[in-house]
Design a protein around this ligand. Sequence first.
Ligand SMILES: Cc1cc2nc3c(=O)[nH]c(=O)nc-3n(C[C@H](O)[C@H](O)[C@H](O)COP(=O)(O)OP(=O)(O)OC[C@H]3O[C@@H](n4cnc5c(N)ncnc54)[C@H](O)[C@@H]3O)c2cc1C
Length: 493
Amino acid sequence: MSAPLHVPHERREQVAAALRARLPIGAVLSDPEDTRPYECDGLAAYRQLPMIVTLPTNEEQVLAVLDVCRELNVPIVPRGAGTGLSGGALPIIDGVVLSTARLNRIVRVDDYARTAVVQPGVRNLAISEVAAQYGLYYAPDPSSQIACTIGGNVAENSGGVHCLKYGLTVHNVLRVRVATIEGEIIELGSEALDAPGLDLLAVFIGSEGMLGIVTEVTVKLVPKPAAAQVIMASFNDVVTGGNAVASVIAAGIIPAGLEMMDRTSARMVEPFVHAGYDTDAAAILLCEADGTPLEVAEEIERMTQVLEAAGASAIAVSQTEAERMKFWSGRKNAFPAAGRISPDYYCMDGTIPRKNLAQVLTGIEQMETTYGLRCANVFHAGDGNLHPLILFDANQPGEFERAEAFGAAILALCVEVGGTITGEHGVGMEKINSMCVQFERAELDAFSAVKRAFDVPMLLNPDKAIPTPHRCAEFGKLHVHHGAVPFPELPRF
Ligand SMILES: Cc1cc2nc3c(=O)[nH]c(=O)nc-3n(C[C@H](O)[C@H](O)[C@H](O)COP(=O)(O)OP(=O)(O)OC[C@H]3O[C@@H](n4cnc5c(N)ncnc54)[C@H](O)[C@@H]3O)c2cc1C
């Protein structure tokens, strides 16, 4: 579907009138004054005013929006809190944004089954806040958890610092209710650990709003550990730090969190959060142990030994819960802190085999010279999930384009070492060209076929995440397979 450059007034009025006939007063916004707040998600460099925004309050109203859009052939962009970093909720000029902001009810918490049933617009952190009275919490904890919604988490298969031990969204969601473009409600998964039939729940989680609208989610809750402590280990160079991550995992330890920040990141966060970071170190690792007090003490001791043997230059262990939270608050506030040292930043998200961490960090360092831009590295090291923050100034001509090229080169390097172009932020609009690097045409065709099976008219978040053959041809497809790139003699960054 190719979008028009302008939406005729009559078309906007036709669609708005049809929606207003089915939704309560105030649930349909069509004045640009009102739709402006929806023009972008967390990837603010990409903006587009939507034709219309809808704010349904229940499942029936979600179905009404889908009915109208199907009948009038209008594309739909689902939206949670709009914290996504890949342009997944970026509106379409002639499309309707379907916001879940008013579907924000916690339906029930079952402390016996350790589950919670929630509407899609419920904030990630709100689930843990309610479950806390039962000594339970929802484990996946994106750094944006204070704002992002569970519907967005399902659509992106979001992760967080504790996902190394407790799994991503896909490992913590038991069941979703979905409104289909055909106007039906289907349930994927079940309240039990397994469900009969094809595992469509796993297909749906991470599908970026392209297969249906999530209207309800059943999540697993886990008991809050009795104790937790975190180690901050310093390293004199990033290569040693990267190798230390591999050593921890190779020692058979699965820390509750294993995160790395380079010196640029630590220095940008410290004056903002006062987390107590070692700002002289080239890199710091945060390694958390949780469990019973005895388990925590044992694991902290083992991790300390491994980190020292791997070349840590200093080790500090949190002695109180307040200190542990302080160590993590620095990591969790790394993205906003980038705003203190640079007018703009571009957050990339790629995943690599842990053994290649040092190699990729060195490659990124070389790219800083090639592209003439600084990059701060913050990442879920235990998962091999990188978040390079490319610092630029959008007011300087050409800097955003250079930042984009820098980001694409990082992703190509991730694929080259056997990794992927996304870890948890999705593909959206941002990485759609990089999909041509990662996948063969036959693989992309298989993704399109899955989309078409759920969405025959191709109205749900179209033109996101799956590139057309035409786009890949225009981009100049460079497919990297098992680390073997075509034309290896050509420079890639
Ligand atoms: C400061 C910051 C830190 C972050 N840290 C992390 C992190 O640690 N880990 C991580 O994984 N991500 C992180 N993110 C990215 C982002 O918060 C997550 O991707 C989050 O899951 C998006 O949720 P949202 O409600 O904001 O969704 P939105 O941004 O509104 O939408 C995201 C995608 O989900 C789709 N969608 C939303 N709701 C529905 C629904 N009900 N049905 C179908 N599709 C839907 C949208 O169409 C879009 O494609 C961070 C973002 C920021 C700004």
